[in-house]
Design a protein around this ligand. Structure first.
Ligand SMILES: [Zn+2]
Ligand SMILES: [Zn+2]
Length: 364
């Protein structure tokens, strides 16, 4: 049986068991709503538009290329953000890191940041509230932003004036325009006299109701692209990206009998593949074992679906912002894609909706 591929003859082949699509899911999905509520009760600060105006922000992913470039480039930042485990690694190596950044909803982050170094922390409002508590217990300064996750709930009905069914902490609902929606608005300072219904995405409604106004990030699939969203919202003049390898490094090629998910493949990932600056392998933190490989300009690249999508996103973003505004450092997959044709990039794996239509990678 031949296996269909997602890329052309010079491109990346996706092996079985499911060659066409890879479902990206998160086991915390059912808890998102509770997490957003929980973090709101502890929120003292949200990211402010323009608060880093004119600054250079160095964003560090945890890829292997972080290590050789950290010394030179972290010194150039007004702020240096470490995503997930990169925060700990940079701090322990003595680099001038200022912020830990995460959008990760899993309790694994408590382990990852167990040493909670004295940094400021940039947290998505969907992180596990235990992580927030854990950092606050050590008096760490936390700034929240939103990372849209798609809470599956029916939309909320509100009056056009923005005041509708106020949900109280107790869970009871208090209508703003009287019990049958026929009275003038009862909210202080609102002169609305008539209830005109509008419908709001439930998650967006939660953000607006529970938190002061801030940004909702959503570009790409990984923490580095979301961190760039945040840095640009905060007004950064220049973003320098380190450790965004979007790839894994194999000390030996994948053995002949290895197929994604089988014993030889797992063994190869554990023993011969490096994915993080601290030297750990791609299976750390119960990560998916789905990998694929492809040749670009005579070199073999090993990657994962979400990482490959992130690499394309970063390259498109750099084309839009210019290399000076978004500088990507290191021997990384995004840099291997630099200057590739649009046609080449569109042959890379992409995000699709439920009907298989490609979703845009970039914000408008
Ligand atoms: Zn109204
Ligand atoms: Zn009103």
């Amino acid at each position: 049986m031949t296996t269909p591929t997602l890329m052309g003859p010079d491109g990346i082949k996706i092996p079985p068991p499911d060659p066409k699509t890879v479902q990206l899911t998160n086991p915390q999905r059912r808890n998102y709503e509770a997490f957003i509520f929980g973090n709101a009760t502890m929120c003292e600060r949200v990211a402010e538009e323009g608060s880093a105006k004119g600054q250079t922000i160095v964003i560090c992913g945890a890829g292997p290329s972080l290590a050789p470039h950290a010394a030179k480039w972290t010194a150039k930042g007004d702020q240096v953000w470490g995503c997930n485990s990169a925060a700990i690694w940079l701090y322990e190596q003595g680099y001038p890191i200022t912020h830990g950044f995460t959008i990760d909803q899993t309790p694994d982050m408590l382990e990852e940041w167990y040493t909670r170094p004295p940094l400021e922390y940039l947290l998505a409002s969907t992180v596990h509230p235990h992580l927030t508590q854990f950092l606050l217990a050590a008096e760490r300064r936390i700034t929240f932003f939103h990372n849209y996750v798609g809470v599956q709930k029916p939309p909320v009905e509100l009056c056009e004036c923005g005041h509708g069914q106020m949900v109280m902490a107790s869970g009871s609902v208090e209508p703003s325009h009287g019990a049958d929606n026929t009275e003038p608005c009862n909210q202080l300072g609102c002169d609305c006299t008539r209830y005109v219904p509008q419908y709001l995405d439930y998650e967006i409604w939660m953000y607006g109701t529970l938190y002061p106004e801030t940004v909702r990030v959503g570009t790409g699939l990984n923490s580095v692209t979301r961190a760039i969203d945040l840095a640009l919202f905060m007004g950064a003049e220049r973003v320098i990206l380190l450790g965004a390898d979007c790839a894994m490094y194999a000390t030996k090629p994948m053995p002949k009998g290895a197929v994604v998910g089988n014993k030889q493949h797992r063994q190869w990932l554990e023993e011969c593949v490096i994915m993080h600056a601290d030297g750990s392998n791609p299976l750390r933190s119960n990560a998916t074992a789905t990998t694929f490989e492809g040749e670009i300009d005579g070199r073999m690249w090993y990657t994962k679906p979400d990482l490959s999508i992130t690499a394309v996103t970063l390259e498109l973003w750099r084309r839009k912002l210019g290399r000076k505004r978004l500088t990507i450092i290191g021997d990384t997959l995004p840099n291997a894609l630099q200057g590739k044709s649009e046609e080449f990039l569109t042959k890379m794996p992409y995000m699709a909706d439920s009907e298989g239509k490609p979703l845009p990678l970039m914000p408008e």
